[in-house]
Ligand binder design. Structure first.
Ligand SMILES: Cc1cc2nc3c(=O)[nH]c(=O)nc-3n(C[C@H](O)[C@H](O)[C@H](O)COP(=O)(O)OP(=O)(O)OC[C@H]3O[C@@H](n4cnc5c(N)ncnc54)[C@H](O)[C@@H]3O)c2cc1C
Ligand code: SF4
Length: 326
């Protein structure tokens, strides 16, 4: 470990001032501290934001839900409104990490977490995300867990968050507060694809703080859920995952929201799958036909070709779970 300073912000203004001066926010600390121990990250000043008033889940104007950035993963998963209105969010959280981690880790920290690419976490390996211009060891290395969608020649790392997949599917918004005031960014624009600058991962400006994630009101009834496929049944990141929400009226699918994880450099929304579903009557054949589009545009690597078929099967299975087998 190297020397750094730690200051606890007593209010939002104090946090923003420290953030503007280059301080790094720390919430639950469950991932930032690991990265500091491994010297992958070396912030000189940490700003503890755990005392800020961002711990609530509230009903937003228009009827959606606003989840404060400091709500813990377990708190959000167990919240009665989240459970009843958006089971897909509760399920994604409950299938993440471990109970101990979920009790400490926050929603803001979760969507900000960095990739689990082993080369990123090995400071002796070439990695454009950690050290721009140094190369990408994963391209010629062992890339079984890497992305097949949204990749670039500079980086093929997946975004590891589960709940981010649910937020992308539901078209959530990220609310930010910075030195220039408040703004809202659509979730799908908040996490950035690597392109030629994989070191830039979020659409955050210097010193900006995530204050909440807002899920819009969606037509009811809404069936939703999250399916995660991984090498072992608990305490493991996704090989593939699917978040789906369907609104049916009169036996016809009126709205479909689908996104996938474990396969994209960011949580990957599937508009082609959604389009194939809307206006149709649920059937096993429909689930299979829609899921056939799940890997459109995929660019598999040497060791992760299996993800193309696995992804289609994951989406098909999840549609059947949410929409019913018939
Ligand atoms: C062993 C292990 C297994 C895991 N498995 C999973 C899994 O299966 N699925 C999954 O989704 N996650 C998993 N995780 C990741 C875990 O969910 C994250 O560590 C956690 O959500 C991070 O939250 P935190 O509050 O501890 O963030 P911190 O470590 O405090 O911060 C993380 C980052 O977020 C920034 N940050 C935090 N809050 C804010 C804010 N309000 N505004 C701006 N920036 C902010 C920090 O500056 C830092 O860069 C796992 C982690 C571990 C260690
Ligand atoms: S895939 Fe991305 S994070 Fe992993 S080594 Fe390559 S540049 Fe680094």
């Amino acid at each position: 470990m190297y020397p750094f300073s730690l200051a606890k912000a007593s209010d939002t203004r104090e946090a923003l001032n420290a953030g503007r001066r280059g301080g790094r926010y720390i919430a639950g600390g469950t991932t930032l501290v690991d990265l500091m121990r491994e010297t992958v990250e070396r912030p000189g000043t940490l700003v503890d934001i755990s005392g800020l008033p961002l711990h609530d889940v509230t009903v937003a104007e228009g009827g959606g839900l606003r989840i404060g950035a400091l709500v813990t993963m377990s708190g959000a998963a167990a919240h009665s409104k989240v459970r009843t209105l958006y089971p897909v969010v509760s399920q994604a959280l409950e299938l993440s990490a471990s109970a101990q981690l979920r009790n400490m880790a926050t929603i803001g920290g979760n969507i900000m977490q960095r990739t689990r690419c082993t080369y990123f976490r090995d400071v002796t390996a070439a990695c454009n995300k950690r050290e721009p211009g140094s190369g990408c060891a994963a391209l010629e290395g062992f890339n079984r867990s890497h992305a097949i969608l949204g990749t670039s020649d500079a980086c093929v790392a997946t975004h590891p968050s589960d709940v981010a997949v649910a937020f992308a599917a539901l078209e959530a918004q990220v609310r930010l507060l910075g030195p220039d005031g408040e703004r809202t960014v659509p979730f799908v624009d908040f996490l950035l694809r690597p392109g030629s600058t994989p070191n830039r991962e979020q659409a955050l400006r210097k010193g900006e703080l995530i204050t909440s994630v807002e899920i819009p009101a969606l037509p009811r009834p809404l069936e939703s859920g999250y399916l995660k496929v991984r090498d072992r049944q608990s305490y493991e990141f996704a090989l593939t995952s699917a978040a789906a929400a369907l609104h049916l009226r009169g036996g016809v699918i009126r709205e479909a929201k689908v996104a996938v994880g474990g396969v994209g450099t960011v949580p990957w929304k599937l508009p082609a799958v959604e389009e194939a579903l809307v206006g149709e009557r649920p059937s096993d054949r429909l689930w299979a036909e829609a899921a056939a589009h799940a890997a459109d545009g995929a660019r598999p690597l040497q060791h992760n070709r299996f993800k193309v078929e696995l992804l289609k099967r994951t989406v098909e299975r999840q549609l059947r779970i949410v929409g019913g087998s018939r």
